[in-house]
Design a protein around this ligand. Structure first.
Ligand SMILES: Cc1cc2nc3c(=O)[nH]c(=O)nc-3n(C[C@H](O)[C@H](O)[C@H](O)COP(=O)(O)O)c2cc1C
Length: 323
C-alpha cells in the first residue's frame, strides 16, 4: 500500500507506533520498523540525552530501516534538557521525530535544518492546523478514545478524522482506538494516510514490558479505562485498577481544589513499577479503549502483516463488491 505517509517516511506500510513511556525502548521501535512500519523510541524514557544517544545507537544495531524518536513536551516545573535531547536526535542521525504535548515551534528550525521530518501528535483540528502552519510535515490526530492524553475536547475519531480531512493539507494518521485492518480501511476512508497505534503494540511479543502488562490488555474490555486528572486539565486515559479508583475518589472528594500533590501516590514514578516489575496495581498507566479489540499477543510482524492483508481483503472484497 502506498500513501502520502509511506512516501514521507519511506516505510513499507502506513502503520506507526506512537511514543510510549517505558515501552518505547529500542527493542520496540526496531521490531515495528523491521516489520515495515515506523517504530518510535520514547525520548524522555531515557533519563538523559546521553542515554537517548545510546538508545538510538542500540536501535540502529537492531534495524537498518527508518525509525523515529518521540519528544513529549511536559507541563512540568522542572523541564527536561530538551536542547540536549534534540542534539542527541540530530547527532544520532534520526530522520523522523514525533512531537507531542505542546507546540513544537521552538524546536522546528533545528530539526528541519538537519533534514528531520516532524509529525506532531495532537487532539484537535485547531492544533493540527497550527502544526501545519508552523511547518510540521504531518500530524497524528489522536481521538478521544486514545490511550494516554486525549486532551480536553472529547471528540472521538469518527468525527475528528473527517474534520481533520476537511481542513488539513499535510498528511495525517489516525491515532487512538486502532488495532486492526478494518480500522485502517476506515481511517483511510475518513481521509487519513495511515494509522498510529499505542496500546495495540504493547500486547506484542517484542514489546519490552512485563508479561502482566500484555495480559492485562488482553483481559481488558473497552469498558475498563478511566479518565484521570480531568480537574487538572491534564486528562489521561488509564486502565482501571484499585489505585485509579482511589485517585478518582480523591478527585471527587476534593473537587476543583485537587492538586498533583494530592494524587502523587497514584501517579508519580508508576511506569517502571508497572512496565518493568509487572506490579499492575502500582498506579495509573495509559491504556486505550482499544483494549477491547486486543485478544492476542502476536509478533509485530504477524500483527502488521495481518492488518495489511485484512485491509486489502476488505478493500478488494467487501467494499468493491458493494459497488
Ligand atoms: C503506556 C502508554 C504510554 C504512552 N506514553 C506516551 C508518551 O510518553 N508520549 C506521547 O506522546 N504519547 C504517549 N502515549 C500515547 C501513544 O503514543 C498513542 O498516541 C496512543 O496510545 C494512541 O492510542 P491507542 O492506545 O488507542 O492506540 C502513550 C500511550 C500508552 C498506552
Amino acid at each position: 500500500m502506498k500513501t502520502r505517509i509511506t512516501e514521507l517516511f519511506e516505510i513499507q506500510h502506513p502503520i506507526l507506533q506512537g511514543g510510549m513511556h517505558f515501552v518505547g525502548f529500542a527493542e520496540m521501535a526496531a521490531a515495528v520498523s523491521n516489520a515495515g512500519g515506523l517504530g518510535i523510541i520514547t525520548g524522555l524514557t531515557q533519563r538523559t540525552p546521553e542515554l537517548l544517544a545510546k538508545e538510538i545507537a542500540r536501535c540502529r544495531e537492531m534495524t537498518d530501516k527508518p525509525f523515529g524518536v518521540n519528544l513529549t513536551f511536559l507541563p512540568a516545573v522542572n523541564q527536561p534538557d530538551y536542547p540536549g535531547y534534540v542534539k542527541a536526535i540530530i547527532e544520532g542521525g534520526v530522520k523522523i521525530v514525533e512531537t507531542a504535548g505542546n507546540n513544537p515551534a521552538k524546536w522546528l528550525p533545528a530539526l528541519k535544518e538537519n533534514g528531520i521530518k516532524v509529525i506532531h501528535k495532537c487532539t484537535s483540528v485547531r492544533h493540527s492546523l497550527k502544526a501545519e502552519a508552523i511547518g510540521c510535515d504531518a500530524v497524528s490526530v489522536d481521538g478521544f478514545e486514545c490511550g494516554g492524553h486525549p486532551g480536553e475536547d472529547d471528540v472521538p475519531n469518527f468525527v475528528l478524522l473527517p474534520r481533520a480531512a476537511e481542513e488539513l493539507k499535510i498528511p495525517f494518521v489516525a491515532s487512538g482506538g486502532v488495532a486492526n485492518g478494518r480500522q485502517l480501511v476506515a481511517a483511510l476512508a475518513m481521509g487519513a494516510d495511515g494509522i498510529n497505534m499505542g496500546t495495540r503494540f504493547i500486547a506484542t511479543k517484542e514489546a519490552p514490558v512485563h508479561q502482566n502488562v500484555k495480559q492485562a490488555i488482553v483481559d481488558a474490555t473497552e469498558l475498563d479505562t478511566r479518565l484521570i486528572m480531568r480537574p487538572l486539565r491534564n486528562t489521561e486515559r488509564v486502565l482501571n485498577n484499585p489505585a485509579v479508583e482511589r485517585l478518582l475518589a480523591k478527585e471527587r472528594e476534593l473537587g476543583a481544589a485537587v492538586s498533583f500533590a494530592d494524587i502523587a501516590a497514584e501517579i508519580a514514578g508508576v511506569y517502571p513499577k508497572i512496565m518493568i516489575d509487572g506490579d499492575m496495581d502500582a498506579g495509573g498507566w495509559s491504556c486505550g479503549m482499544v483494549a477491547g479489540l486486543i485478544h492476542d499477543i502476536p509478533t509485530c510482524q504477524a500483527l502488521i502483516d495481518g492488518i495489511m492483508s485484512d485491509a486489502e481483503q476488505i478493500i478488494r472484497g467487501r467494499l468493491e463488491a458493494m459497488l
